[in-house]
Design a protein around this ligand. Sequence first.
Ligand SMILES: Nc1ncnc2c1ncn2[C@@H]1O[C@H](COP(=O)(O)OP(=O)(O)OP(=O)(O)O)[C@@H](O)[C@H]1O
Length: 719
Amino acid sequence: MIDGTDQRDARVVSLDRARDRDRRQHATPDAPDEPTGADQSDGDEATRLLVDQAEPERGDWLAELAERNRRRRPILPGWLKSRQEAAETAKWVAEYYAHIMAYQATRSPLYLLRLAARSPRGAALVIGGAHRWVFDAEGEPVRMAAVQRADAELYLKLSRQRDARVRLRVVVALVALVVLMLAGILVAAAPTWAQWAALALLVGVLGAAGAPADRPLIDRAVVPGRVARLDSDIVLRALGALGIAEINKARAKGADAVTFPAPITRDGPGWRAEVDLPYGVTVTDVIERRDRLASGLRRPLGCVWPEPVSDEHPGRLVLWVGDRDMSKAPHTAWPLMTSGRADLFKPLPFGTDQRGRPVSIPLMFANLLIGAIPRMGKTFALRVVMLAAALDVLAELRVFELKGTGDLSFAQKVAHDYASGADDDAIAACVASLREVYGELVTRAKTISGLPKDICPENKVTPELAAKRSLGLHPVVVAVDECQELFSHPVHGEEAAKLCEGLIKRGPALGIILVLATQRPDAKSLPTGISANVGIRFCLRVMGQVENDMVLGTSAYKNGVRATTFTAKDKGIGYLVGAADDPQIARSAYIDGPAADAIADRARALREAAGRLSGFAAGQTPDRAAGPAVTLLDDIAAVVPPDETDVWSETVVARLAELRPEAYRGWEPKQLAAALAPHGIDTVQIGRRVNGRFVNRRGINRDAITRALTERDHARPTG
Ligand SMILES: Nc1ncnc2c1ncn2[C@@H]1O[C@H](COP(=O)(O)OP(=O)(O)OP(=O)(O)O)[C@@H](O)[C@H]1O
């Protein structure tokens, strides 16, 4: 007998393991890493051993339990967890039934007519049926059969049974007739309305009895089956249509190449499928073929939202398929639209995700960057954030809209500092304000470091500290729309970039928040020192990977967070990164100009009541004395005295660099010409004699500068 104890060279071999090893050795060379069944399955099968796997230790059940614990399914359905979502769901369910009731109520006269038309047929059917029942008509064919077979005994038995039955039924029918006659007498003596009601009841009953089986009385209020149920076959069909070779190869090899770790369930207004893609296929591969996926699912693109699961492997896909295109879904009212106030220390309501769940932005201790191609909803998104900030009376707002269309004009009612314009003045005002806030960094840091530890334990602004007016640590929110105009400005760009970088890095802990929006997210218009350090990012539609990663952060595109997949009709829809653990798809709340004004009026009233209206909104002219001269034209006028009519450009740039090195150092004559062009000033040829030789160079004519300055001053609004 062979056993492991007395045969030194022999080993105990599990038959299962031996088979496993055999299988591996005979595996085809093109699938060397093909997993065994134990790899693929979970639950009971997961306990099967691979030939080269160590025996599981006794404590492994704990690890397994921990893993199961991590995958617990929620007790309450998702929509019941948030008050707002539950309210939304209750609202649409109520709306659905209200619609059905209204639909049927408006058709009730038609239904009455139908009943009346069907009632004669119903009466005939009722009388005929009663007659057949009383005289036992259903037994007639059997009795006739007995007669034909001349079976006298059976016939007698059936006849006796029929007579007994008919006697009883005639009595019942007579009683019913008497009851009906009594009811008729009662109705005849009743008031008219009761007579009509009785008639309606009779017609109704007879009409219902006379309804043809193929024509229902009531029309359908809802077209059935508009949204197909999502099932695993449809998901597999769609995944197979993506043209990903690995998926098709894996599906050809085995039925369980694509698995579903959780059942496909209803999730908000759509279906949610959790899918484990075949080995080696990542969610990013699927996301970049979203349009093909939508085609495979036979759903509009705006309904199909594949997402990675960050705390799982890169092949775990959550596919949410909405009933309705996200861009066409009705807007949920912004929670602060008609009432309420905000607290910057808590997340600010921003919009909704594709499932209609609320999305908020924790703006405190962070910065926000919004980017997109033009007309996709940057300013609308910025408006939502700034209106929420306005509803926190403690927050000091500084708003600069550098497009000049007045999209953020509501801010004039509440902002401490405000400017709107596509000109140098607005940019200069913005830089001056940034300088002031930058100066605050030092003051605030000193204040905080001077506070006792028990009042300020974390060395950062707290809600209590922010509320103490004497400390001056209230939140400051600086918003710059179309910030590319600022950073690419020939005079102020470099300084603005430095100021913003400082604010982005040091501001959050000190209660200073910078919110930037740009339609040109490239290295020149959005310095990397800024784009790399922003905490929260919202990227609506962009056209390429570079812009995507500029706004959403390095590697966002590689990780499947791609705002390039949005289409032109996805207005207001973007990827929101940094507001929650995982990137979210969010649609900003829709607040148009008049609504924004109404909210700003409310915010102003709150601020007035709290005595927190200051600066621009309180009618004070911003004191920019501390800042340098505001435009290039002013600077040139300062460095070129009135008696010098024509000056070479190189002389001008040298003097400018001396006047304000931080802004003009390194300027070339060409740069000066480019900076003057927007003012309608061209450089001119100026000839001079130098060391006896005539030299011709380009330069400026001082009169042109003076004229431009005069025009600007006349065009400026007064008061
Ligand atoms: N959340 C939203 N839902 C629906 N439509 C929206 C939403 N946000 C913006 N829009 C639509 O998109 C249009 C453009 O929005 P917005 O003015 O904010 O674009 P923008 O990106 O700031 O454009 P520009 O780059 O020209 O300043 C708006 O007129 C509005 O109709």
